[in-house]
Design a protein around this ligand. Structure first.
Ligand SMILES: C[S@@+](CC[C@H](N)C(=O)[O-])C[C@H]1O[C@@H](n2cnc3c(N)ncnc32)[C@H](O)[C@@H]1O
Length: 447
């Protein structure tokens, strides 16, 4: 059997994601692990899958002008989306090549009628380039939703929370490719030296404006270098690097990280503590325990004790009290849409409500384990106030022994300090603020 090309493989992934309701990153990894594509084709498959999912609503809007009302099989619709994505959003692929490949795939998978239909639709789109500018009828939310390919309910919600212009900026940022960033491990490496070494090995490397521990890498495979294998750095988004410093951990302290896997922030905490003290790193999923242990081992960290527990059960485990607690809570993830575009299509308002309830319970439960005078950081990678500010506000209102710590700014880099809210205790980073993940960080203190 002839080997499958990049577009054929991308189409398989898109079909599986839709039919099995599975995650594109898992399906992609599954498929790419089993193929023998070269690096550039791996890049193309990845881009085609993420890009097509990202722009789905815009692509479907254009398709509706040509196949509206007709029943189209899932694989044919995905083939049309995939091809339109190349035509509109990938400069490096000639339009004729995209159409030709699509027709060949259609012939292979279907009958001649399907191939003619695919050919006809794509050529019609090419003949009418203004179709991309035809904005749908309807209100602002609907128009933004189609133009920037986001679900209407989410756009409507963001307009209410952030206004129209900010909503457009969020959606636009969500459609950009994320930077690749790393956090230098000070236990093993010096930032300037590593910057130099990586520049020679993988290409352009810059200092992060957001985190003093961060570097941005353009091109290259950050997890493939010998410095990664030797534990000189961790791959982490820049805004996520703000969380551990916000907890202000000091060497010798007892720290609890209650939702710790895969260990990105736990290991950062240990690095900031100079690997002195104790960190209990807990997660509910047994299979994730090794991820934390392996990360600590690779980075040369000894103070992390990974355990498996539902965070709601931690007070019954006889662990005593802690100087610092991190609750990096499970969340809707709506701040990391650019990395996981499926999220925006899969999440519902009901999901946000349900996870907010769990988040509040987690905060309430873990707060009982904080020593007097201790600090607790609550963080999420979402931009939904229901999961962020509302949780923290309600918590301090119902727990007078806790206060918002209005000195959070002291432990954040200058570049982000004007994003700290007027309470001085929390910061909401939106995806377009620094072209990073959307993140929320709040700091509470026990009186
Ligand atoms: C946002 S992720 C944590 C990321 C981690 N802090 C890092 O920086 O690598 C949330 C984690 O919470 C865990 N989790 C979900 N529900 C939990 C619960 N009830 N108790 C403990 N952990 C939970 C998930 O398994 C997931 O690993």
């Amino acid at each position: 059997m002839a080997k499958k090309g990049a577009r054929d493989i991308a189409l398989d992934v898109l079909n599986r994601v839709e039919e099995q309701k599975s995650y594109s990153n898992l399906e992609l990894r599954n498929v790419l692990d089993r193929t023998e594509l070269n690096a550039s084709d791996v890049g193309l498959v990845t881009e085609l899958v993420y890009g097509t999912i990202q722009r789905k609503l815009t692509l479907d809007h254009v398709l509706s002008h040509f196949v509206g009302g007709k029943k189209v099989q899932t694989w044919v619709r995905n083939l049309l989306r995939l091809s339109l994505y190349q035509i509109r959003f990938l400069d490096r692929i000639p339009e004729r090549a995209a159409v030709h490949e699509a027709v060949e795939i259609a012939k292979k998978r279907g009958h001649q009628g399907v191939a003619s239909m695919v050919n006809g639709v794509l050529r019609n789109v090419l003949r009418q380039p203004d179709v991309w500018e035809r904005i749908p009828e309807g209100d602002t939310a609907k128009r933004i939703a189609v133009a920037y390919s986001h679900p209407e309910w989410l756009v409507r919600q963001w307009i209410k929370e952030y206004g129209e212009e900010t909503t457009k900026a969020i959606c636009e940022a969500n459609n950009r490719t994320p930077h690749s960033s790393i956090r230098v491990n000070p236990l093993k490496a010096k930032k300037n030296e590593l910057l130099q070494q990586l520049t020679e090995a993988v290409g352009a490397v810059h200092e992060s404006a957001l985190s003093q521990d961060g570097l941005l890498i353009e091109g290259g495979h950050a997890a493939g270098t010998r410095w990664f294998k030797e534990g000189f750095y961790t791959i982490q988004d820049e805004s996520s690097m703000l969380v551990a410093p916000a907890l202000a951990p000091k060497p010798g302290m007892r720290v609890l990280d209650a939702c710790a896997a895969p260990g990105g922030k736990t290991t950062h905490l240990a690095e900031l503590m100079g690997d002195q003290g104790q960190i209990i790193a807990s997660d509910v999923h047994p299979h994730k325990r090794d991820l934390i242990a392996n990360a600590a081992k690779r980075l040369g960290i000894s103070i992390i004790e990974p355990i498996v527990s539902d965070a709601l059960d931690l007070p019954d485990k006889g662990l005593g009290t802690f100087d610092r607690i991190l609750l990096d809570a499970p969340c809707s993830g709506l701040g990391v849409i650019r990395r996981k575009p499926d999220l925006k299509w899969n999440k519902t308002p009901e999901d946000v409500r349900a996870i907010a309830q769990l988040q509040y319970e987690l905060l309430k439960t873990l707060s009982t384990m904080l020593a007097p005078g201790g600090m607790l950081v609550y963080s999420t990678c979402t931009i939904e106030p229901k999961e962020n500010q509302d949780i923290v506000r309600r918590f301090v209102a119902e727990h007078p022994e806790f206060m918002l710590d209005n000195t959070l700014r002291d432990d954040l880099p200058q570049a982000v300090s004007d994003k700290v809210d007027e309470t001085g205790a929390y910061i909401q980073i939106l995806p377009h603020d620094f072209d990073s993940d959307g993140f929320f960080i709040a700091r509470l203190k026990r009186r």
